[in-house]
Design a binder for this molecule. Structure first.
Ligand SMILES: Cc1ncc(COP(=O)(O)O)c(C=O)c1O
Length: 398
């Protein structure tokens, strides 16, 4: 009998060990339930139109990143980075290029390289990304003074206004050195600068001895929209910043492209700004795939942006939202109809919560931005239009 009596200590141990098993089992169960839920949510495939920067690397990009040949790029030895720089410089028909972590840094380096001496000034649009969204880096970090010009609806700046603002040689003034343009223009809705405008801007810069920098984060789109090569579209610019991480879909990376003297300065500045990276061939490899895989497909994003615009202009949604301008590329801005009595803050959460369709309210209440990219396919396009219709039914009737 004694031998069958469970000793108090071993009884406690038994209880503890059984409850440990139970705890583990329930943990496993909870984990399984959560992962099923996560998987089922992801299979619902959220429609993410907040930006074209939200894309995830494609399978080909991931594979290329895994097998990228790398070395130390700070020592100038990473073969994949070199390949990317050569390829993009060649595509844009310029002498050289430098790979940097972001578009912001490419623009800042351009401003600093062109405004190399003290007391320089750069002319920039009031709606330019360089001016609005980069913390005024040209002034804050680069010590150059921004001269700001109103941006016109098509993303251009009046060349007469620009000319009137170029400084005369006077010790009271900074020295005008640089004119910055943006193509396509983000805040103006993916608008494209015409070749004629670029030619006139070039002439002005030559006459006044200014350099011309192009923030071409989405220049790839402009080339498709005008049916021109990248070389043609940036022929009149001295330097160009292009991004791989917008609609081209690479996870990170931009290039500054220019003549070799400017790129030599840019490489010094990149180091100064902390943008020189070591085995950055891992990122460059995804960029090379993006050029092959995504660049040719961009017109489909333009087509889808236009399809949403068409649906909005059709009878059903017309009294609810209006397009700001017909999209030329992959960005579409909408405004609530002035007569629609709708809480402007309600549209984004409604579409997100009820339809898993996400976009941003930008600039002012009732102004929304939808950005198309290669991870929005036709079924997601339909869901976007359905979400807007649902929002009209729900929010207009309330
Ligand atoms: C026109 C334009 N220029 C520059 C940038 C900056 O790029 P990044 O976010 O890589 O710094 C952006 C970002 O959206 C942009 O839209």
């Amino acid at each position: 009998i004694n031998s069958k009596v469970i000793q108090p200590t071993s009884c406690e141990e038994e209880i503890e060990s059984r409850s440990r098993v139970m705890r583990n089992k329930s943990k496993i169960l909870i984990y399984a339930m959560v992962s099923i839920r996560v998987r089922s949510l992801s299979s619902l495939a959220r429609v993410d139109l907040r930006s074209d920067t939200v894309t995830l690397p494609t399978e080909a990009m991931s594979k290329a990143m895994q097998s990228a040949k790398c070395d130390d790029d700070v020592l100038g030895r990473d073969p994949t980075v070199q390949k990317l720089e050569e390829r993009v410089a060649h595509m844009l028909d310029k002498e050289d290029a430098v790979f940097v972590p972001s578009g912001t840094q490419a623009n800042l380096i351009a401003v600093m390289a062109h405004c190399w001496e003290r007391s320089c000034e750069y002319i920039v649009g009031d709606a330019a990304h360089i001016y609005l969204y980069e913390q005024g880096g040209g002034a804050v970090v680069g010590g150059a003074h921004p001269r700001v010009v109103p941006t016109q609806d098509d993303g251009s700046l009046s060349l007469d206004t620009v000319e009137s603002l170029i400084r005369s040689d006077d010790p009271h003034f900074p020295v005008s050195k640089l004119f910055c343009l943006e193509n396509t223009h983000n805040v103006k809705g993916g608008t494209v600068l015409t070749q004629e405008y670029m030619k006139q801007a070039r002439k002005l810069c030559d006459r006044k001895q200014l350099k011309l920098h192009l923030d071409g984060a989405r220049l790839w789109h402009a080339a498709h929209a005008l049916d021109l090569s990248m070389a043609q579209i940036c022929a009149d610019a001295d330097s160009i910043a292009v991004c791989l991480s917008k609609a081209l879909g690479a996870p990170a990376g931009s290039l500054l492209v220019a003549d070799s003297d400017t790129i030599a300065k840019a490489k010094r500045l990149r180091k100064l700004l902390g943008g020189a990276m070591r085995q950055s061939g891992v990122l460059a490899a995804a960029g090379l795939i993006a050029l092959d895989e995504q660049f040719p497909k961009l017109p489909q994003d333009h087509f889808r942006a236009a399809t949403i615009a068409d649906a909005i202009q059709a009878e059903y949604l017309r009294d609810f939202v209006q397009i700001e301008r017909y999209p030329e590329t992959n960005i579409l801005f909408l405004n609530l109809h002035p007569d629609a009595h709708v809480d402007p803050d309600a549209l984004v959460p409604y579409c997100a919560e009820e339809h898993d369709v996400h976009f941003l309210q930008i600039g002012k209440p009732g102004r929304y931005r939808l950005v198309l990219h290669h991870q929005v396919d036709d079924s997601k396009l339909e869901r976007t239009i359905a979400a807007l219709r649902g929002a009209r039914d729900k929010l207009l009737s309330n």
